[in-house]
Design a protein around this ligand. Structure first.
Ligand SMILES: [Fe+2]
Length: 286
């Protein structure tokens, strides 16, 4: 399969180093105004008509550039697109004016049932066509391009006819959308399905990559589960360094979803990301 590998970073918006905003850190961030370049909000948390969430949202919006990240688009599902959800997403985007909006390359339900999980798709031409068509519909409705994030997976389909990175790349090209690369998810899936995570990085069209997620996971002695409840491990930091070497400046953030530590701990992880990326980017600029 043909993959565009233009290494043009000129038109890639770059926000620097950010954090996934979590309610546990609301007060600390407002009080300390830490040196964070941007925040990623979870869209579903603010799809309300008023009250506390929107009050906080306005305060963060005044302090930091924001991007929106959702979990409910279910872009791979066979069900019709949820227009009620999209309407709320569009209204929230009008309020937030985010730099971009992302969701996951997955399906979360079928026949009206929500599995509350990010399920992988079979990597087939048929699925590429199906998802790309739906991404185009979403982008037309929102009036902007979206980012799709790679999920971690624990199962594969016998129907799959290409690699995960070929699938992600083909959809981004066919739908003309952007990519959010979760470095931890690449690592998790590479372990569970025994592929080379570096080959994944090299197989993705660089010009479409807009954002990185960095997170921790749980290893149960057999498979790795993408729990986002632990510090980032050494191998994922190494893969992040490789990603920075390959893609150049890409907006990077720490994504912690459970077992939320004090803000200082996540800030320390963000500093480590800066320390890893800084010299590499400096060397590339020289
Ligand atoms: Fe992620």
């Amino acid at each position: 399969m043909h993959v565009t590998t233009t290494h043009s970073n000129a038109d890639r918006p770059y926000l620097g180093f950010g954090l996934g905003l979590r309610t546990e850190h609301y007060e600390a961030i407002l009080a300390e105004k830490p040196a964070v370049d941007w925040l990623e909000i979870l869209s579903e948390n603010y799809m309300v008509d008023g009250g506390k969430p929107l009050h906080y949202l306005e305060r963060f919006r005044a302090l930091y550039p924001l991007v929106m990240h959702g979990v409910s688009l279910s872009i791979g599902s066979g069900d019709p697109l949820n227009m009620d959800y999209l309407k709320k997403l569009k209204a929230l985007a009008a309020r937030v004016e985010p730099r971009w909006i992302s969701d996951h390359l997955c399906w979360t339900g079928i026949a009206g049932k929500n599995l509350h999980d990010l399920m992988p798709l079979p990597y087939t031409e048929e699925a590429v066509k199906h998802v790309a068509e739906r991404v185009r519909q979403v982008q037309d409705y929102l009036g902007r391009q979206i980012l799709l994030e790679n999920v971690s997976s624990y199962v594969t389909y016998t129907q799959s006819a290409m690699s995960e990175w070929e699938f992600l790349s083909a959809i981004s090209e066919a739908a003309d959308c952007h990519i959010l690369l979760d470095i931890n998810n690449i690592y998790v899936s590479s372990h569970n399905h025994e592929f080379d995570p570096r080959e994944y990085l090299r197989g993705v069209p660089a010009a479409r990559v807009r954002q990185f997620h960095l997170a921790g996971h749980t290893y149960n002695g057999n498979i790795i589960v993408d729990t986002h409840d632990q510090p980032i491990i050494r191998d994922v930091w190494d893969l992040y360094a490789e990603a920075v070497r390959h893609f150049g400046p890409v907006s990077t953030m720490i994504e912690r979803d459970a077992n939320i530590p004090p803000l200082a701990e996540v800030m320390a992880e963000l500093d480590r990301a800066r320390q890893i990326a800084g010299p590499i980017l400096k060397g590339q600029a020289a």
